[in-house]
Design a protein. Structure first.
Length: 385
């Protein structure tokens, strides 16, 4: 096992939005304060100021394109070349954080590559038809995009062979890795830190249901709006923003309230006063449902993707939520009424969330790095978001 502190490069797809993958990245960087960070594009808004001061952040040649952060998704055909052009020769270990291209980084011949996979690129695999249907492209561009996605899948299969070790963020993603790439992977769940310390002064029992989501089609917030039309005695708070907001607001009933983006220190107060947390989308993992449980709030979620791994269903010993199988609004409304009949215990919700704590994540990542022959120096515990 390598005795000196290894030189480590962390490779992340792009830094243009602060989502679940960026939260995982923040925890990795806190664990590895001497590591250098490589990314395809960086708009300067992601990651804390502390992390930006602590780590050297290096972008690909795509960063040189004028206004790239406004249209970076259109440069997808160049991204395989961009990630392969990152200069990683000086490093003993490469760790990639990938939901698109980062796992294709070319590590030095004698340096292991550990890839943490949030998902193989969904728009090229599972969601190709949905992506094309929502693109609004003219027929010639539709055909060209379909051809491009086929080429990206070919590159993706090749790139998936480069890392020595693959880690999936859930069993659901591990199955997708097997299906798309034909490779086995171990599972290390993302770290879920409590949103904030819950002070008694911020608790206000409003008893509304809460949905926290980007307002885009695949999040299926429309399912909740349709269901609550049939439940005028129930209240729904929709927290988040996105291109679907205006359309959803036009047909929402008076018992649905759109609050837009809410910072964490305010969100925690709304969560702890909620009757339940709602999720109708098929998430690869789903950090938000565990953040709700960490506040002692049970979850009503579509029984697909990571939700089946992060929620103790009502047929289990210490239930923390109710999983449902149909997205039909009438059936969802009936499920909400069924949810009302259960007496979920906040302590069970919080205990379940602790299974996914940052401490568990750090220990398992250290073990995965150790399996590649590296012993990391001990670090003080950090809380990052």
């Amino acid at each position: 096992m390598l005795a000196h502190r290894p030189r480590i490069a962390v490779v992340h797809d792009w830094l243009t939005a602060d989502g679940g993958a960026e939260r995982v990245l923040s925890h990795l960087l806190h664990m590895l304060p001497w590591a250098d960070l490589y990314t395809l594009i960086d708009d300067g808004t992601c990651l804390s100021g502390e992390l930006r001061q602590q780590h050297s952040i290096k972008s690909s040649f795509l960063q040189l394109l004028p206004g790239i952060t406004r249209y970076y998704r259109a440069t997808a055909p160049l991204m395989p070349l961009a990630v392969e052009s990152l200069k990683l020769e000086p490093y003993d270990l490469v760790i990639s954080s990938s939901w698109a291209f980062a796992h294709g980084a070319l590590a030095p011949a004698d340096a292991p590559h550990l890839a943490y996979i949030h998902s193989p690129m969904r728009w090229a695999w599972d969601m190709e038809d949905e992506y094309l249907a929502q693109s609004g492209l003219a027929p010639p561009l539709h055909w060209a995009t379909k051809h491009l996605l086929k080429k990206l899948r070919s590159w993706d299969r090749l790139a998936s062979k480069r890392p020595q070790s693959l880690i999936a963020n859930s069993r659901f993603v591990a199955a997708r890795i097997q299906r798309c790439w034909g490779r086995e992977s171990s599972v290390i769940y993302p770290p879920v830190a409590p949103l904030a310390k819950i002070e008694p002064t911020i608790i206000s029992r409003h008893n509304a249901y809460i949905c926290v989501s980007r307002l885009v089609p695949f999040k299926r917030v429309d399912v909740w709006i349709d269901a609550f039309r049939q439940l005028p005695q129930r209240q729904l708070m929709v927290i988040g923003d996105g291109p679907e907001r205006k359309r959803l607001m036009r047909y929402a009933g008076p018992n649905v309230h759109f609050l837009g983006f809410i910072p964490d220190h305010e969100l925690v107060g709304l969560l702890v006063g909620a009757r339940g947390f709602l999720q109708a989308s098929k998430e690869d993992f789903g950090i938000a449902v565990l953040e709700a449980q960490s506040c002692g709030i049970p979850v009503l979620a579509y029984a697909a993707g990571g939700a089946k791994e992060t929620i103790q269903n009502v047929d289990q010993k210490h239930p923390t939520g109710l999983l449902f199988d149909s997205l039909n609004p009438q059936e969802v409304a009936a499920t909400i009424e069924q949810f009302e009949q259960y007496d979920f215990r906040p302590e069970d919700c919080r205990a379940n969330a602790m299974r996914f704590s940052p401490e568990v994540f750090r220990r398992q990542i250290r073990e995965a790095i150790g399996a590649l022959g590296f012993r990391l120096p001990e670090q003080n515990s950090h809380r990052s978001r």
